[in-house]
Write a protein that binds this ligand. Structure first.
Ligand code: ACO
Ligand code: OAA
Length: 378
């Protein structure tokens, strides 16, 4: 039934829900821009993830002092407190890593010293803690799951390097740090993707930062969104053999199955992030001496392009790259969250600064004048 607002658009495709200065996705030209800066330039200029966080939050690149200060603040906030470690240790070891993250992010809010304070300064401090602690939650639970103690963060390391250190108790190689730093930059924000939208909807009710980020983590988990990277690797492992890839994909497409890591709501070109991740996946495979997963990915890409005209998205080549970096498959989506927390928090801060409740309409398709029947007569 028509209501008094605009027509129904399935999946809100191309509906503009808010204005924003944070991120521009040009789906026709295949460009991704953070606060005016093209991601290709940020990577060519060797930006750090911390530099991009500053950019997303403050709308300008930091100077040396500002970058050092934010980098140190993030490093100092990485350590998990006792109640959080106790929580992680109490969870079932076979829990889904994104469900653990969703639970733990919500839990962190209870202990945040700025809980209940909603000034910009308090929310920036909460955002700093979230950026710092999400990787600690992901790596900490992974170690606990394996029967190991969490590793204390090394505050002298970059966010990229400390992820490996907290996961393995070992500093990464130069290439691992560089590749992971680029992956963190590439996943940091993407306009009104589903999880960011969900964070903004929660913030739009003037609920708190932790509630908004808990909503976002739950939304990122789904396989049509951030969960696709893990599904891509599962698919490659299931194919198992380069010689089987072409037939496997053809068969899946004939059965009308979706190939994870392909297609996008906005890009009609190659996802500009996939260009970097393809290259990094190749390099990571070569350095490991096992190019099988990269080669298989290339075959999958060719067949999906030929048969469906679809391009790989950010989740496709990140999978084989993370695999070659030795990262466990079930951590791929939590790793996405370690990066996207930068964008989520930037959008929540922006939402608070210019807030209006987000409340669309539904096109009602049910009955309107049903006659109530007393229970004895039904
Ligand atoms: C970080 C991110 O969130 S990036 C996206 C990660 N998600 C994935 O990789 C999952 C696989 N991809 C998809 O499911 C979709 O392409 C999405 C969810 C990304 C975008 O969805 P939508 O914009 O709603 O496109 P929709 O699903 O309607 O697809 C349009 C057509 O292309 C087909 N199509 C889209 N993606 C794929 C795919 N990966 N494999 C096969 N066919 C596909 C659909 O079946 C549909 O065909 P039809 O018109 O014949 O029914
Ligand atoms: O923008 C989207 O819909 C999905 C996406 O690529 C992202 O969140 O990075």
């Amino acid at each position: 039934m028509a209501n008094d607002s605009t027509a129904f658009v399935a999946g809100l495709e191309d509906v503009v829900a808010n204005t924003s200065n944070i991120c521009f996705v040009d789906g026709k030209e295949g460009r991704l821009v953070y606060q005016g800066y093209d991601i290709h330039d940020l990577i060519a200029g060797h930006a750090t993830f911390e530099e991009v966080i500053y950019l997303l939050w403050h709308g300008k690149l930091p100077n040396k002092t500002e970058l050092q200060q934010l980098t140190q603040e993030i490093a100092n906030e990485r350590k998990l407190d006792e109640p959080t470690l106790k929580l992680l240790k109490s969870l079932p070891k076979n829990s889904n890593a994104m469900e653990v993250l969703r639970t733990a992010v919500s839990f962190l809010g209870l202990y945040d010293p700025d809980e209940g304070h909603e000034t910009l300064e308090a929310n920036l401090r909460k955002a700093t803690r979230l950026v710092a602690k999400i990787p600690a939650l992901v790596t900490g639970f992974e170690r606990i799951r394996q029967g190991l103690e969490p590793v204390q963060p090394d505050t002298t390391l970059s966010a990229a390097a400390d992820f490996f250190y907290q996961l393995n108790g070992k500093k990464p190689t130069e290439f691992e740090e560089k590749a992971f730093n680029i992956a963190l930059i590439l996943h940091a924000d993407h306009e009104l993707n589903a999880s960011t939208f969900s964070a903004r909807v929660t913030a739009g009710t003037l609920s708190d930062m932790y509630s908004a980020i808990t909503s976002a983590v739950g939304t990122l988990k789904g396989p049509l969104h951030g969960g696709a990277n893990e599904q891509v690797m599962k698919m490659l492992l299931e194919i198992g053999d380069i010689n089987k890839a072409e037939a496997w994909i053809e068969n899946a497409l004939e059965q009308k199955k979706k190939i994870m890591g392909f297609g996008h709501r906005v890009y009609r070109t190659e996802d500009p992030r996939a260009t970097h991740l393809r290259q990094l996946s190749k390099q990571a495979g070569e350095l490991k001496g096992e190019t099988k997963w990269f080669e298989m990915s290339q075959i999958v890409e060719r067949v999906v392009k030929e048969k469906k005209g679809l391009n790989p998205n950010v989740d496709f080549y990140s999978a084989s790259m993370y695999y070659s970096l030795g990262l466990p498959t079930h951590l791929y989506t939590p790793i996405f969250a370690c990066s996207r927390i930068a964008g989520w928090t930037a959008h929540v801060l922006e939402q608070y600064q210019n807030n209006r409740l987000i409340r669309p309409r539904a096109e009602y398709t049910g009955l309107t004048h049903a006659q109530f029947v007393p229970i004895e007569q039904r």
